[in-house]
Design a protein around this ligand. Structure first.
Ligand code: NAP
Length: 313
């Protein structure tokens, strides 16, 4: 009996093979293809291994009368309608913590690349302009900058710890004040933006945080301000961000996430004050392996009646 459905065109070959070796399984590219499975196969599916950012809602879940768990590959599960899953008695799991280091590293990497104009430096060397034109303009010191972490959760905390090593003045927002080594808490992101050089966004995605970093927050950051986003494209007002970057009302950005990935707004690629990454925050071999293993562990535990390792609902 086929108990597992693997859903997601972005599964790597080895990840998919590991799931297929563990359980007799069916495969679809995304939720839109689920209805194309025959009824007998759908009837047997108890677990879905999900990867991707396509919306997965209640209507698709209803195609699987025996479904008990949707195991997401990734900590962010905003693509999955968790309320619809709960209403159907379906558990959702994710892959927290194992990716914190990688995502925090990418945030700091983009911050350094943006402040120190490393992309420009790279192009200068490769093009031969260094020999023809000499040095690039001086840039901006990273160590000691003031930084505001938007969302001091698991990843936000790792980012803050790295910022501390860079002797930064650390501010943060969260829904409640946390225990910290003296970092400055703000309940309001606009007030925090006015107090720092850099905003690093580490919020959850989903409906509740759409546009959380608003035009008002971007304006409060001011012309020396830099925005780093490793969360989701939805958490910042992208139109306002693009306007501010184009008009020099903020200094720049480092972005790993966008609306409409991978078909991002072409206004981004015309800018020279941004560092752009292809949503690769967790994308090291080691971390992706750990995420795949945690996803499989959740599925295995569900199918053998054990407690889920990292349940969401
Ligand atoms: P987390 O531990 O749950 O932290 C999320 C933060 O968001 C917390 O500080 C939380 O505030 C805040 N938050 C949640 N709901 C909110 C709301 N309604 N309004 C304001 N703030 C809210 O999550 P995490 O593990 O750090 O992951 C954060 C996000 O990073 C993920 O959800 C995912 O979207 C993104 N991510 C991106 C990549 C990438 O490749 N770029 C990789 C992994 C994850 P409290 O502290 O008050 O709870």
């Amino acid at each position: 009996m086929t108990e597992l459905l693997i859903c997601g065109a972005s599964f790597k070959e080895d990840e998919r093979a590991r799931l297929e070796t563990a359980y007799p399984s069916a495969y679809v590219d995304g939720p839109d293809d689920m209805a194309s499975l025959d009824e007998a196969t759908r009837a047997g599916i108890k677990a879905i291994a999900y990867k991707g950012h396509k919306p997965f809602g209640g209507e698709a879940m209803d195609l699987f009368p025996s479904l008990g768990v949707v195991a997401n590959y990734g900590v962010g599960y905003d693509a999955i309608d968790v309320a619809a899953a709960s209403a159907r008695g379906v558990k959702v799991t994710n892959t927290p913590n194992v990716l914190n280091d990688d995502v925090a590293d990418i945030a700091i990497g983009m911050l350094i690349a943006q402040f120190r104009t490393m992309m420009r430096g790279e192009a200068h060397v490769r093009s031969g302009d260094w020999a023809k034109q000499g040095e690039i303009p001086l840039n901006r010191k990273v160590t000691g900058a003031s930084v505001g972490i938007v969302g001091l959760g698991r990843i936000g905390r790792e980012i803050a710890d790295r910022c501390a090593a860079f002797k930064m003045d650390i501010h943060y927002t969260s829904r409640s004040e946390k225990e910290t080594p003296g970092w400055t808490y703000h309940s309001d992101v606009v007030a925090m933006a006015a107090a720092v050089d850099v905003l690093i966004i580490a919020l959850v995605g989903g409906a509740e945080t759409v546009g959380h970093v608003s035009k008002a927050a971007i304006d409060a950051l001011g012309p020396r301000g830099v925005i780093i986003n490793i969360s989701r494209g939805t958490t910042v007002d992208e139109g306002a961000l693009l306007d501010a970057l184009e008009q020099g009302r903020i200094a720049g950005a480092g972005l790993d996430v966008f609306l409409n990935e991978p078909n991002i707004d072409p206004r981004f690629t015309a800018l020279d004050n941004v560092v752009l990454q292809p949503h690769q925050g967790s994308g090291s071999v080691e971390t992706r392996r750990a995420m795949a293993e945690l996803q499989l562990e959740n599925i295995a535990n569900f199918l053998s009646g054990k407690d889920l390792v990292t349940p969401v609902n």
